[in-house]
Design a protein around this ligand. Structure first.
Ligand code: MN
Length: 473
């Protein structure tokens, strides 16, 4: 039996075990704060509703002893963790004995993976790479599908979770692809070739082209007027009446001309075709909606989580019209918060207030930036032209409870394993860490910030490119 069959069998066993709980019971659900976590939790909620079960939900940034203690003290006998739990298995094992615990996760495993009363579902247990092949939402989805095949109506949300966890790279791996097939079959998602530029559904086409900083288009990137000229030369009217057209407004023929025109202007780039890739359209959303593009949908969920509005994100996933409208409004506030953080960074950077080394930048925002935004800030900086290639970007912000949140990113295409790197640094100051190879984080006590920063500096300085992971791995 291959690893995939074993994984699917395990999902079936988990569903059988779950059915034993029976209808009417309340499940204590704990999920992760990001887009994948919100997606995971929404899929589980839909499945629980279908089983006539009740639920109490918490969305958290991480699991620590305090959370485990609090859960232990509660009267709920059944606890389900989605998109977290595997990395903190020992803590859960220590505190949640006597409860029935379900974990649906794709993060890397702790030293402990089994305990009495625990059902642990994670692809890593079967040798399947959970950082690439399937996200927390996918694991939860496959469980929900094993429980009741009608839960396939949530397949698109599992895909949004995977996109939120950056598992889409001109296509998906095997397990995500199988979930995508369910979403397509259910009429929820349509895959169409498109441009891999952010804002394809919402920004006017000429702005989209002019501001595609990630993928350079020769003579267009950086100039709105030249973008308009290019469109006209390509036989595409940038306007329809008084309104600027968006990518979604183009006819199939226009789309083909646009793609050809862009490729011609990217011939000198390393990978001219990198700008073209599948886009995932949520067929049931209106043409004008921000939520029509799965990537923007996941950004919106992320924004909800980061701005302390996770419940709004759950409403969006469960297709609640009112919550959707509210969440979209909320996006504007989120964007402002990002702009504020970026402005602060640029000012501080120019004023030499940011710690810089030969291969790293360390941003200690203290209490000037929301701790939930610090990862987003580091990600944006890592992709921006403010920073050279092959740099580590580490950001810190205080959480207001005596702890400091740390995020680590890298501005290189062949990432070193950031999760491993930060876990060593965090251990040195008795902090906790988590995340993935390409985006990791830690929580440390604020009083050891300086010590931690010194450790980080030494670690980065001691690294050379030989330590970078082979991109083929
Ligand atoms: Mn995840």
């Amino acid at each position: 039996m291959d690893k995939y069959s074993k994984f699917y069998d395990h999902l079936q066993d988990a569903a059988n075990e779950f059915r034993k709980i029976g209808p009417g019971k309340t499940i204590r659900v704990v999920s992760h704060l990001d887009a994948d976590g919100i997606s995971s939790c929404s899929i589980l909620i839909r499945a629980l509703t279908r089983q006539n079960m009740q639920f109490v939900v918490s969305i958290v940034q991480n699991i620590d002893e305090n959370l485990a203690k609090a859960l232990k003290a509660e009267s709920h006998e059944h606890v389900a963790f989605t998109d977290l739990g595997s990395g903190q298995f020992s803590i859960l094992k220590e505190y949640l004995q006597g409860k029935k615990v379900f974990i649906f996760d794709h993060h890397e495993l702790d030293s402990e993976q089994e305990a009495e009363g625990f059902v642990h579902v994670n692809p890593h247990i079967f040798g399947i790479d959970g950082s690439k092949e399937i996200a927390g939402a996918g694991v939860t989805y496959l469980f929900a599908k094993s429980l009741d095949s009608r839960n396939t109506e949530m397949a698109h949300i599992a895909i949004i979770g995977a996109i939120g966890d950056v598992q889409e790279n001109s296509g998906f791996g095997r397990l995500n692809n199988e979930i995508l097939a369910d979403a397509v079959a259910a009429g929820k998602i349509k895959v169409v070739p498109g441009l891999k530029i952010f804002g394809t559904q919402t920004k006017p086409l000429y702005k989209l082209l002019a501001h595609s900083s990630q993928y350079r288009i020769s003579q267009i990137t950086g100039s709105e007027s030249r973008a308009i000229q290019f469109l006209l030369q390509t036989g595409i009217n940038p306007k329809e009446g008084e309104k600027w057209r968006k990518l979604g407004d183009l006819t199939e023929d226009e789309m083909k001309s646009l793609v050809t025109g862009i490729l011609l202007r990217r011939l000198n780039e390393k990978e001219p075709e990198a700008i073209i890739g599948p886009t995932y359209i949520l067929c049931e959303e209106s043409r004008q909606s921000l939520l029509r593009d799965a990537k923007e949908f996941s950004t919106l969920l992320n924004a909800c989580g980061r701005m302390d509005k996770a419940s709004l994100g759950i409403g969006v996933c469960l297709n609640d019209k009112k919550q959707k409208a509210k969440a979209i409004e909320h996006m504007a506030t989120y964007r402002k918060e990002i702009v504020k953080a970026m402005n602060w960074f640029e000012e501080s950077y120019n004023a030499n207030k940011i710690i810089r080394g030969k291969n790293y930048v360390i941003i200690n925002a203290e209490d000037k930036i929301l701790h939930t935004m610090i990862g987003t800030l580091a990600s944006i900086i890592s992709k921006s032209n403010l920073i050279e290639n092959d740099m580590f970007i580490m950001s810190l912000a205080r959480m207001g409870d005596g702890n400091t949140k740390v995020s680590l990113r890298a501005s290189s295409s062949n990432n070193p394993d950031l999760k491993e790197l930060i876990s060593k640094m965090a251990e040195a100051v008795k902090g906790t860490s988590g995340g993935h190879m390409g985006a990791a984080g830690a929580i440390i006590r604020s009083e050891v910030e300086q010590e931690f920063i010194e450790t980080a500096k030494n670690t980065f300085e001691s690294m050379n490119t030989n330590l970078l992971i082979d991109p083929e791995r």
